[in-house]
Every structure is written in structure tokens, then in C-alpha cells.
Write a protein that binds this ligand. Structure first.
Ligand SMILES: [Zn+2]
Ligand SMILES: [Zn+2]
Length: 245
């Protein structure tokens, strides 16, 4: 316990959304959210898009505007924890570039607790983080999607669900250009060159893990490559999904 106290003194708990240090010994410390940010933490609620899991505002509709416009057909469906807002944007940015790896464990636990039944139902063979190129891995020290997948897997075990993380199924073989500078079609072709797999015909289903779902091109391209390699079903889970109400 003393070690825990010392650790907390050196690495105090911070609010995952605004990075404010949470008062030592307070209840907030265990919630990982400060008083001000409680309302900025927007869980995705029904109705949601049947494809990408984004929130929609019409329960009569099947899909969000983004999926209506371009229905990705390589993955089955996906789901996420939070609506993407400015606070989540900052939080995910600090995870990637500000060394705030510690937030990820909180998000992983939330995902596992919220979606344990859905994940049990899908029953994937593996959780597969979206890979990053090894050069980026050296720059950032960790792949946030891999850390997230491991924390989801660890938390699921507490509910008797044993699904391992597999980072050896698909690789990034080429560093992609800055994707948002490319149009949608270029994004697809640029990404296709960037993933490599081996024969995966013995794998039934995979749950891809990523921090954010934006246009869906990365996940869809990855799903396509996994299916060509023999995987039968591909799903995804993300911390945040950009909605398009
Ligand atoms: Zn906060
Ligand atoms: Zn959608």
C-alpha cells in the first residue's frame, strides 16, 4: 500500500479528459474524471448506426449519414464508448503524443464493462489492435491501440471472458502519407499497401481495437485484408466514434 501511495504522489491521478490532477484520496481519483468533466464524458446511447455504432437521432433509421453515404462492407459492425467531442479529442491526443498512457487503462476498463455481453456474443478469437508502423512505434514508444486491447482483455477476464490480444496477425509495412491530406479513394489505396498478413484461414472472427473511428477507411481496409487472408468475420471497438447526426 505504501508503494501505491508513493506512486500516487509521484504520478498523481489525473482527469482523463482535461488532465487536471485529482485531489489525493478523493472519490474522484477512482473515477478518473474531475467534477467539471463529468458532463463532457458522453457515452454513446441508442439509437445507434447498425454499421459503425455512431449515435443517430432517428430510431427509424438503420444507418448514420456517413454510412448511408458510403457503407463499408468489409467489416460486420462496430461499437464505441464515447461520442467524439473536443474533450475526448484532447484526451486521445495526449495519449498519442503527450505520454498519457495511463488514461488508456481507464478507457479499456470502461469498454470491457460496458460491452462485455456484446463481446461474449460476438466471441472473437482475438482482439487485434490497429497496427502502427515500427518507425512510429519508436517515436511514440507504444501503440495506443495495443495498450488498449491489452487492458480490455485483462478486464474481460474478470467476467470470465478469455480473449487474448494478437499483434502478430497483421502488420503495417509501409509508413502511410498524412492521410487527411488525401481524398477518400486515395486513402483506401494508400492504406491497402500498408497492411500485410499471412494465411489466417483458421481464424473465425476478430475484434479490431482502435482509439477512434472517424471515416472508417482504416478499419474497413484492414477488415478487407483480414478477410482476403481467410478471417470470416471482422468487428471493431473504439474509445470514440465521430458522429454525423
Ligand atoms: Zn476534467
Ligand atoms: Zn454509421
Amino acid at each position: 500500500m505504501i508503494f501505491d501511495d508513493i506512486k500516487k504522489f509521484i504520478f498523481p491521478s489525473r482527469c482523463v479528459l482535461c488532465d487536471k490532477i485529482l485531489p489525493y484520496g478523493s472519490k474522484l481519483e477512482n473515477l478518473f474524471l474531475c467534477e467539471d468533466c463529468k458532463y463532457n464524458f458522453e457515452f454513446i446511447k441508442e439509437p445507434t448506426c447498425k454499421k459503425c455504432g455512431a449515435m443517430i437521432n432517428d430510431s427509424e433509421k438503420m444507418y448514420c449519414l456517413r454510412c448511408e453515404h458510403k457503407l463499408h462492407d468489409n467489416f460486420e459492425f462496430g461499437f464505441g464508448l464515447l461520442r467524439y467531442n473536443d474533450f475526448v479529442k484532447e484526451s486521445l491526443h495526449r495519449i498519442k503524443y503527450g505520454g498519457r498512457k495511463e488514461y488508456i487503462d481507464f478507457y479499456g476498463k470502461c469498454i470491457a464493462r460496458t460491452y462485455k455481453d456484446k463481446i461474449r456474443e460476438i466471441n472473437p478469437d482475438y482482439l487485434v489492435p490497429v497496427p502502427i508502423h515500427h518507425r512510429r512505434l519508436i517515436e511514440r514508444n507504444y501503440n495506443q491501440a495495443a495498450v488498449l486491447a491489452n487492458s480490455i482483455s485483462k478486464e474481460l477476464k474478470k467476467y470470465g471472458i478469455d480473449i487474448g490480444v494478437n499483434e502478430e496477425l497483421i502488420f503495417r509495412v509501409k509508413n502511410t502519407k498524412v492521410l487527411n491530406k488525401l481524398d477518400d479513394q486515395d486513402r483506401g489505396s494508400e492504406l491497402k499497401e500498408a497492411f500485410e498478413t499471412t494465411d489466417l484461414s483458421n481464424i473465425d472472427s476478430i475484434l479490431i481495437v482502435d482509439d477512434i473511428y472517424t471515416t472508417g477507411t482504416t478499419i474497413d481496409t484492414m477488415a478487407k485484408i483480414l478477410k482476403i487472408a481467410g478471417v470470416k468475420k471482422v468487428y471493431f471497438v473504439a474509445i470514440a466514434i465521430v458522429d454525423n447526426l
